[in-house]
Design a protein. Sequence first.
Length: 357
Amino acid sequence: MRILALETSCDETGAAIVERNDHEQFVKVLSNVTATSLAIHAKTGGIIPENAAREQVKFMIPTIKQCLREANLTIKNDIDAIAVTYGPGLIGSLLVGVETAKTLSFVFSKPIIPVHHLLAHLFANFIQTTNIRKRKGSKLDNLEGGLASHLIFPFVGLIVSGGHTDLLLFNSLTNYKWLGGTRDDAAGEALDKIGRLLNLPYPAGPEIEQRANEARKSSIKFKSPLVDIKTFDFSFSGLKTEVGRFVKGKNLTDRLTNEICRAVQDAIFDVLVKKTIRAAKMFGTKQILLGGGVSSNQTLRTEFEKSVISNKLQVRIFSPEKKFATDNAAMIGAYALLDYKPIDWSKITAEPDLYFD
Ligand code: KG4
Ligand code: ZN
């Protein structure tokens, strides 16, 4: 089974070709192309939805063409089905991908599978890895050949992206329960907004990670939001306000900025790790899957690993290879391959507010 997958939920325009043999559980990526309008958003300090969609209209067909060219395949002869993100996301952006996918499905008579963008972030863990890290004694290695055949249910999934922070419990790949999520800003959104207060380029997550690594240990400490509240709720907008108050009137030298970045990361990651580990303990899970742009942060991955060790847990942490953690079409294809449910093309609509059942 070979799938052409499209992803246009936010500002990226992605096309990927993924495949899976019947006897193999893992998802193999034949090509994965992402065009981004980041340069435009960096100028405006954030995404202006109409600008994103306009760029996606321009990028969509060339991205698909490049993706097919790189894999040396044609839709007519080599592709079995089309997968597309139908939500959640920006309506204009989603429509570009959905309408393109419907057209391809109709013209080439291929089945079409609508994919939930957030679940796909976790399914990025099932993609065969190309650079498997095997640090001695590390619990943080991605399994060669993908994760699907090694899954132990139930497992906990943490989605941390620019738009979402959600904790889920999976009893099977398709049977899951939403445990909690953010009441306001998502973790990535908080990093991006705080980045703006610190005059950092958009999106700020990667630069905050880099600066936090350069910071010396500092006395700055921000409160980790809702960390002591027993629910699985998160909230990050108060942290942004706290940082805003802290920087007011201060000379933001490189050194001070680095120290603030470190304190911000500590505050956000502390609550993410503690609540996720608490969920794993509560439900007796042996595996935690991370996904979404923020999960590409090495410090977050390491903090999870440390927490597993200090809590003496037999829990394995999985996170996608970095290039599959941020928005990409390969994860959309991975989802479609593992939960293959084609529907009639005329029944697919973009659902910007799609959430969990
Ligand atoms: O999953 P994603 O690509 O898009 C959404 O679905 O939202 O996530 C984008 C978010 C941005 O907020 C960005 O700042 C954050 O992921 N991000 C990071 C890192 N790389 C991207 N946050 C922390 N550390 C990183 N290395
Ligand atoms: Zn995403």
